[in-house]
Ligand binder design. Structure first.
Ligand code: ATP
Ligand code: MG
Length: 447
């Protein structure tokens, strides 16, 4: 152990990073006015209580990139209990990795105590699995250690709103200027500790327009299969961040380039390995990106229903080929895809209901006669299923005219709507069909 320690001292791993580079406002230009009032108040209050407090991580990176941060995380030397005591409106969350949520009005900021970094010693002590993946990550440490345990240099910057200084232990500001994504420490070891960092590398590179530095990039191909040891729910969370980053299309292209797409992430296999659906999936991703960049909301259920649509279509067709009639065949197809999705893709069940509704409304959108279009307009999922129909039109799967019809119908006055209704080609056909239906038939049809 002592030899290891001395080894690290002499290789410069300990001494080299002890002192941060303190970058003044004049050199970076990030004014405290760009920090949310809650984050500002929280750092001020902690500092008044003689604790160290900085804004840290993604928010500092985004401020330097001239973007508005999604949220503000704060790092401090106060323990969770001490933070809890300082703020009346706060609560401790998380069992393994304890954090404090501080509330101001409707805003919440996350305050975490500086964590220690991990080393081979921890791995030997049972804190890692046989591939080096870290299982424990909850030891408090110094600010310098907290910087070092973070993933990329650009994510390890500390901003003090009081002095408007950035404390930079790993050259993150320079990397950002050079548009370079660089792992802190030995990239191979860091990917082994947490293989999800490979996905994060792709997400930040595509999302922030950065090049992955060669040393950081090199081990990815060989280590890609380690993603299989990561719990599916964690992978799902990271994939969701990637898909909702506003740069999903670019991220997916980059994942392919880094060979992180095949057989590693079932959700990604679905996205990339459906020749017929590729156009549709890429359109859905671009559409999601545009919505996010325009500040509009995006529903994960909508996104997943589009990513899986061509799976549903294929299953639907094969049911029909077996002689099942159209609507029951669609329901069986949805059921089948839904099951695979829950088992393999780890898409949480809570999204399942909305996804099925979006799919089930698709045949109804093709019916444009009688009272049916009016009833559909009242449906709580009308908007999502209409947006979905537009994607189908754009991808060439459905006649563009149908999408345009709905666009006009929604806003038309009653007289125009009446004129727009499509006349039933065989009068009375609808009634006859309804009479034929058994009383206990599934009410899943068109009504
Ligand atoms: P985003 O804007 O997408 O939220 P972020 O950088 O804030 O990006 P988070 O996942 O919210 O990313 O994580 C917050 C910070 O925690 C990161 O900036 C990084 O410093 C650290 N971090 C997160 N995940 C890891 C990881 N797997 N390994 C090391 N550090 C991490
Ligand atoms: Mg974040």
């Amino acid at each position: 152990m002592i030899t290891k320690f001395l080894g690290r001292v002499f290789s410069g791993r300990i001494f080299k990073t002890l002192q941060p580079k303190i970058i003044p406002f004049g050199a970076h230009g990030v004014a405290r006015t760009r920090v949310s009032s809650c984050a500002l108040k929280t750092t001020q209050t902690l500092q008044q209580h003689n604790f160290v407090a900085f804004i840290v991580g993604g928010a500092v990176r985004d401020l330097l990139l001239g973007r508005e941060p999604k949220d503000f995380d704060i790092a401090t030397d106060a323990t969770p209990e001490e933070v809890r005591r300082v703020f009346r409106r706060s609560r401790i969350i998380g069992r393994r990795f304890r954090l404090v949520h501080v509330l101001c009005g409707s805003e919440t900021v996350e305050v975490s105590t500086f964590r220690g970094s991990h080393s081979a010693d921890d791995a030997e002590a049972g804190g890692a699995d046989e591939h080096g993946r870290i299982l424990r990550d909850n030891v408090f440490g110094s600010q310098q250690q907290d910087a070092t345990r973070r993933d990329f240099t650009i994510n390890a910057l500390f901003y003090d709103p009081a002095s408007q200084e950035i404390w930079d232990y790993h050259g993150g500001v320079a990397d950002l200027k050079k548009r370079r994504l660089r792992m802190i420490g030995d990239p191979e070891q860091r990917y082994r500790e947490d293989p999800v960092r490979m996905l994060r590398a792709v997400r930040f590179a595509a999302g922030c327009g950065l090049e992955i530095e060669p040393k950081t990039r090199k081990p990815i191909r060989a280590l890609a299969q380690l993603l299989q040891n990561v719990p599916p729910s964690r992978l799902f969370d990271e994939m969701l961040k990637l898909l909702l980053s506003g740069h999903a299309a670019g991220c997916v292209a980059k994942l392919r380039k880094e060979r992180l797409h095949h057989g590693l992430l079932p959700l990604l296999d679905v996205i990339l390995e459906q020749p017929l659906g590729e156009r549709f999936v890429m359109l859905a991703l671009k559409n999601t990106d545009e919505r996010i960049r325009a500040g509009k909301s995006v529903s994960p259920a909508f996104l997943f229903s589009s990513l899986l649509w061509h799976e549903v279509l294929a299953a639907w067709k094969s049911m029909e080929a077996k002689g099942v009639s159209a609507i029951p065949a669609l329901y069986q197809a949805m059921e089948q895809v839904g099951q695979v999705q829950a088992e393999k893709l780890a898409i949480p069940r809570r999204y399942g209901t909305d996804m099925k509704e979006i799919w089930a409304l698709q045949p109804r959108l093709l019916q444009r006669s009688g009272r049916r279009p009016y009833r559909l307009l009242e449906h709580p999922r009308f908007r999502a299923s209409y947006d979905f129909l537009l994607l189908r039109c754009q991808s060439g799967e459905v006649d563009v005219e149908i999408g345009e019809w709905w666009t006009r119908f929604q806003d038309a006055d009653e007289q125009t709507r009446q004129q727009m209704l499509v006349q039933e080609t065989a009068p009375g056909k609808g009634r006859r069909r309804r009479r034929r239906r058994k009383p206990n038939a599934k009410p899943n049809d068109t009504e």
